[in-house]
Design a protein around this ligand. Sequence first.
Ligand SMILES: C[S@@+](CC[C@H](N)C(=O)[O-])C[C@H]1O[C@@H](n2cnc3c(N)ncnc32)[C@H](O)[C@@H]1O
Length: 211
Amino acid sequence: MSRVRIHQHVNPLAPFYQFTPQAIEIRKVFARPQMPFHLDIGSARGGFLLKMAAIKQDWNFLGIEIREPLVEEANKIRDENNLNNLHFEFCNATFALDKLLENFPVDILRTITIQFPDPWYKKKHAKRRMVKDNLVETIVRHIILNGKIFIQTDVDFLAEEMFATFRANKNLREIEVDENPFPVKTEREAAVEEKGLPIFRRIFEKVEEKK
Ligand SMILES: C[S@@+](CC[C@H](N)C(=O)[O-])C[C@H]1O[C@@H](n2cnc3c(N)ncnc32)[C@H](O)[C@@H]1O
């Protein structure tokens, strides 16, 4: 299969990516909108969700990705595989996730994954990193009570930074985890494991506000 050619990275702070998407109307997009939802942030080519949606047909899956050609390609593969429980959306997560999820019913978003987000190594590029206080607040606003967010990365300083940002939220409880709890590995996860390099993982669970 030929793969669409894309920029390796895009700058999420560039004016082009500061757009506000239409709120998703799940009744129009998903065949069975009453099923529980999983959200994958930074879904890239969509390999993780394409496999998950095929395995777990009693769940809906939403992938969001800032590189539009990848979103188009992933939705095309979704259609070729008749997966009516899966949708990919072009969205800058840091800027517009709240708007995208505006019309989501409460009590439907059960699990979220953030897997190997771009590290933006240089200090001057730190502002481009995806996990910020406002993203965590958006997640907490939309995920159900006891819903879980799974985060993994192979970059140690980024792991510490992301975990600290999630830990600081009063509605999240941190859970140590060694393994990916999902039955599918992302492309990046498989590549890192192949090299035998460490992966840093956490789950955060939404709870009633901590004292
Ligand atoms: C290193 S890739 C990892 C892809 C996949 N999750 C994996 O584990 O193989 C990070 C992905 O996040 C996307 N991304 C980066 N910033 C984003 C943002 N602000 N909103 C949505 N997607 C973003 C990138 O375009 C890229 O596809």
